[in-house]
Design a protein around this ligand. Structure first.
Ligand code: NAI
Ligand code: ISE
Length: 344
């Protein structure tokens, strides 16, 4: 029998995941949807020709016996409440980032999940399923370049909506690097600092863009991460790891090369949907298969959601203070000790 999935929030990424579950992946079907915009939920059922009920809210969807697992793809501030309720109903939950908008909120989820004695929550940090990042992880674990010393990375978006604010550069955008980099080098963060370079003419007046974040790990690795969300030319994700014995770099998405009119060129993708399509497929397929085979989720944990929230909080503080700010994590509970990597 297929895993019966309910979706809370039928916006951009909610629809992306509904499409992949319905038309690309195996072992699951969408049986329920809800959105505060009920018309959007109804339209989604119609557009994807789903055999699914539209519920007025997350409470009624979570109470349904027709739902085994949920995707929380609503706006960030609504995540914590839906995830807590899902756990209380004993439903598996895949939550898009952020798990909660505060570290305290993430900790409430961690405690609620631990009470159940099994993993119910997977966080949507899809880069851990991206083949390029997986290759980097394998190279680091195999000590291909010795000890990592420095990481240079960039997260560039062509443009952002007018409601995108300066703090979102870390909370909404850099959060992906924050999650994937500590996983890559198997180290914890020590401190963060934010530097504002000369502002781009393409950024709206209220937005500081670009930004440079310097992160130090407890083991002494220094990371410089550029966030530039009005770069215009493409959706461009870069990551280069400098080790004692060499340098490894995230591969570019594959593309044909074009020789024409005296130029040799390749395409640059323009959006997150296409850049990480295979990774989103893999993370959701893993969610489905882990539940069906093990009765538990795998992949990024609620504790990873907590680490991300503590680190983005420190970055927001650093944006305001201009100083180096500490990243103060609580001790990792034994419950999460064995869940450090994505299972392949
Ligand atoms: P969106 O604005 O397109 O969609 C959000 C939907 O949630 C809207 O339809 C809204 O009406 C609905 N909603 C809001 N509060 C609700 C509630 N309490 N109950 C039910 N529905 C509710 O936003 P988008 O881009 O789809 O983002 C959703 C989440 O996914 C965000 O947390 C965002 O950070 C994350 N995201 C993650 C990405 C990734 O690369 N992993 C990429 C894009 C978004
Ligand atoms: C968006 O919410 C995402 O998660 C994308 O992956 C990121 O590139 C973008 O900056 C965010 O706004």
């Amino acid at each position: 029998m297929n895993l019966r999935i309910g979706v809370i929030g039928t916006g951009a990424i909610g629809k992306e995941h509904i499409n992949r579950i319905t038309n690309k992946l195996s072992g699951a079907e969408i049986t329920a949807v809800t959105d505060v915009n009920q018309e959007a939920a109804k339209q989604t059922v119609q557009d994807f020709e789903l055999n699914a009920s539209v519920y007025p809210d997350d409470d009624s969807l979570l109470a349904s016996e027709n739902v085994d697992a949920v995707l929380v793809t609503s706006w960030g501030p609504a995540h914590e409440s839906s995830v807590l309720k899902a756990i209380q109903h004993g439903k598996y939950v895949f939550c898009e980032k952020p798990l909660a908008t505060t570290a305290e909120g993430c900790m409430r989820i961690v405690k609620e999940e631990m009470k159940t004695g099994k993993r119910l929550v997977q966080v949507g940090f899809m880069r851990r399923y991206d083949s390029g990042y997986i290759q980097l992880k394998e190279a680091i674990d195999n000590r291909a370049v010795g000890e990592p010393l420095m990481i240079h990375c960039a997260h560039r978006n062509p443009t952002v909506a007018s409601n995108y604010s300066t703090d979102m550069a870390v909370v909404d955008t850099l959060v992906h690097e924050i999650d994937v980099l500590h996983w890559l080098v198997n180290d914890d963060y020590e401190s963060v600092q934010v530097i504002y370079p000369k502002k781009s003419k393409n950024a709206l007046p209220h937005l500081k863009d670009p930004q440079m974040v310097i992160i130090e790990t407890k083991g002494g690795i220094v990371i410089n991460a550029e966030i530039y969300v009005n770069c215009k030319y493409g959706y461009d994700i870069q990551c280069e790891i400098v080790g004692e014995d060499g340098v490894i770099k995230l591969p570019e998405p594959s593309s044909i090369s074009l020789r024409k009119e005296g130029k040799l060129s390749t395409d640059i993708l323009m959006d997150w949907q296409r850049r990480f399509a295979a990774a989103y497929d893999a993370e959701i397929q893993d969610f489905i298969e882990s539940i069906r085979k093990k009765g538990e989720v795998s992949g990024p944990t609620a504790w990873d959601g907590y680490i991300a929230a503590v680190t983005t909080d420190a970055c927001v503080k650093a944006q305001e203070s201009g100083q180096k700010e500490p990243v103060a994590l609580q001790e990792k509970p034994a419950f999460y000790q064995s869940f450090t990597t994505v299972s392949k």
